[in-house]
Structure formats: C-alpha cells, structure tokens
Design a protein around this ligand. Structure first.
Ligand code: FES
Length: 108
C-alpha cells in the first residue's frame, strides 16, 4: 500500500521576462484552496491525500497545472470550482475529472 493514496503536486513556478508560467495564472490560489478543501474533507494525511507545492513541471503552456500520483493524471484548472471537482471526484472517489485533463501534447 502507498504511504499516500493520492499525492497532488501544484506547479507554483514564477518566471521573469514575461515567459509563460503557472504563477501568473493563480496557481498559488488553486494550491491554497486545494489544501484547505482536502483538510476540511478529512482526506489529508497518511493513507489519504497529500497536497504539495512543486517547481516547474515543464508543461508551462497549459498552466496552471497539477498532477496526481500514483495515477499520473495531469490537470489544468481555472478556478476553485475546478479544484473542488478534482478533490471530490478524483481525490475522494478515485474518478479522474476528464474535462480538466491536460492534453498530452502540452509542453513548455
Ligand atoms: S511554470 Fe508551471 S509547469 Fe512550468
């Protein structure tokens, strides 16, 4: 059994010079909301869900991005409603949110 059932990483990388980056698309707000929602739902901790910050995940063009392991499901999100759906459907019920999947060809 895994230490965490689901581990979600949010890229919070900030770039200078105007290059595309998740920090310019409210990544921090999404991370903060996810952390609070997971905790409030009683999902946080060993055997449950861990929400972590990450540096650049090299998929900047789709930012803001997050990835869930061990499923290796990549997401792009817009607002707290999207985060709520990821938490409820994927992190709680184990069903990935198809509409928020990051297309496979999105890179840096
Ligand atoms: S800046 Fe977020 S994936 Fe690169």
């Amino acid at each position: 059994m895994s230490y965490y059932k689901h581990h979600i990483f949010f890229c919070l990388n900030q770039r200078s010079k105007g290059d595309a980056c998740c920090a310019d698309h409210a990544a921090q707000a999404g991370f903060d909301h996810c952390k609070q929602t997971v905790k409030a739902a009683g999902l946080a901790g060993v055997g449950g869900v861990r929400v972590n910050k990450a540096g650049c995940l090299d998929r900047c063009a789709g930012g803001p991005v997050a990835v869930v392991y061990p499923d290796e499901t990549w997401y792009t999100f817009v607002d707290n409603t999207d985060i709520d759906e990821i938490v409820e459907s994927h992190l709680k019920q184990g069903k990935p949110v198809e509409r928020l999947r990051l297309p496979p060809d999105v890179g840096r």
